[in-house]
Design a protein. Structure first.
Length: 362
């Protein structure tokens, strides 16, 4: 197991407030990777109008919510399971699969390894290489798969590198994993921010592959981390039946049900989000690509990884410089395979992005 260091999470604003004496209301979090537009206006109005929903239990099978998600993802509602954030579903999938040995593409989100360890499993990493700009060499990766691996975990687009595996390459991976009897869990938390979502998302592959489960949530794209609404897409009937049997009843509250039926259908909000992120992603990549201080890695999600190439500057020093101006970035020295010369930030509103770029570059 790789040792993970402590770090400030994007939600740790109270800790920042205590240490730096900055009110959390005055901090712009470039670390949390949350949609800068805030929640959908349709959602805000709809919850206010339907607040009485909390006087009744939600539908235990969440039929309407699952249909809304299925329509949004262009899949079948029978292949949808909802949970209390994608974290609950990640935990459930791992508990049910109980991998003795799991393979994870790294550097990535540490929660996967933690859940595997809690179940008594061992984790090994396949490192994404900086010399390849952290883009996966699919053929080399497939050559390393073996029958003693029970589960493969992929974050796509990957956090923190921002790189992604396209659907054609994912199909190759699934075919190879099927031969080795490896179950594949794909975390698509950031795929909705991608400009070419149809080329990256593996949702359509769930129709022909039963050895894959896709996880998504509403925390990042829909800016609703406090809602705790996540969902998974999988066509493995036996696995989904076991998931439903093991999952706590009513893990999604009535407000989250109403929210889901509203946010997934707010096409204007979805379109505005994708346009904003696409524009800022391209603009900021170009800005940092011209810098002699940083090397940016071209991102597919709503955040960007930077390597500090100028001597004498560390990720911790840049974090401190930014937070003192109320700008919270991610010090990436805590990720496996990344040292103290990497930082990550998400794309916010243009004026806030300009403030951050000026702070980092000058």
């Amino acid at each position: 197991m790789i040792k993970h260091k402590d770090h400030f999470h994007g939600s740790d604003l109270e800790k920042i407030e205590q240490i730096y004496g900055i009110k959390k209301e005055d901090i712009i979090s470039f670390s949390a990777n949350v949609n800068p537009l805030g929640i959908s206006p349709k959602l805000k109005e709809g919850i206010a109008a339907n607040i009485d929903c909390i006087t009744t239990y939600p539908d235990r099978d969440y039929l309407q919510l699952r249909k809304c998600i299925a329509d949004y993802c262009t899949t079948e509602s029978d292949n949808i399971i909802v949970g209390n954030g994608s974290t609950e579903l990640i935990s459930l999938f791992i508990q049910i699969q109980r991998p003795a040995k799991a393979l994870i593409l790294g550097p990535t989100y540490s929660e996967y390894e933690r859940e595997i360890a809690l179940g008594g499993g061992k984790t090994i990493y396949y490192p994404l290489r900086e010399e390849n700009d952290f883009v996966l060499d699919v053929n080399h990766f497939i050559s390393k798969l073996s029958e003693d691996i029970d589960m493969l975990v992929i974050c796509n687009p990957n956090n923190p590198t921002g790189t992604a595996i396209n659907k054609q390459d994912m199909r190759k991976i699934l075919d190879a994993c099927k031969e080795c009897d490896i179950f594949v869990m794909v975390d698509e938390t950031y795929v909705e921010f991608a400009e070419n979502i149809d080329e990256i998302s593996s949702v359509s592959l769930t129709r022909t592959y039963t050895n894959i489960a896709i996880l998504r949530g509403t925390s990042k794209f829909f800016a609703a981390p406090g809602l705790r609404l996540g969902y998974a897409i999988c066509s493995n009937t036996d696995l989904m039946q076991t998931m439903n049997q093991r999952k706590d009843p009513w893990s999604i509250n009535s407000i989250a049900v109403i929210a889901g039926t509203l946010m997934f259908s707010d096409k204007e909000y979805i379109h505005a989000t994708r346009n904003l992120i696409a524009k800022e992603r391209n603009r900021l990549y170009d800005i940092f690509a011209k810098s002699k201080r940083f090397k940016p890695f071209r991102p597919q999600g709503n955040f960007m990884l930077l390597k500090i190439v100028q001597d004498g500057i560390t990720s911790g020093e840049l974090f401190d410089r930014c937070i003192r101006k109320g700008l919270m970035i991610r010090d990436c020295s805590t990720f496996p395979y990344l040292g103290d010369n990497y930082i990550r930030f998400c794309f916010m509103n243009p004026e806030d992005n300009d403030r951050l770029a000026e702070t980092l570059l000058y």
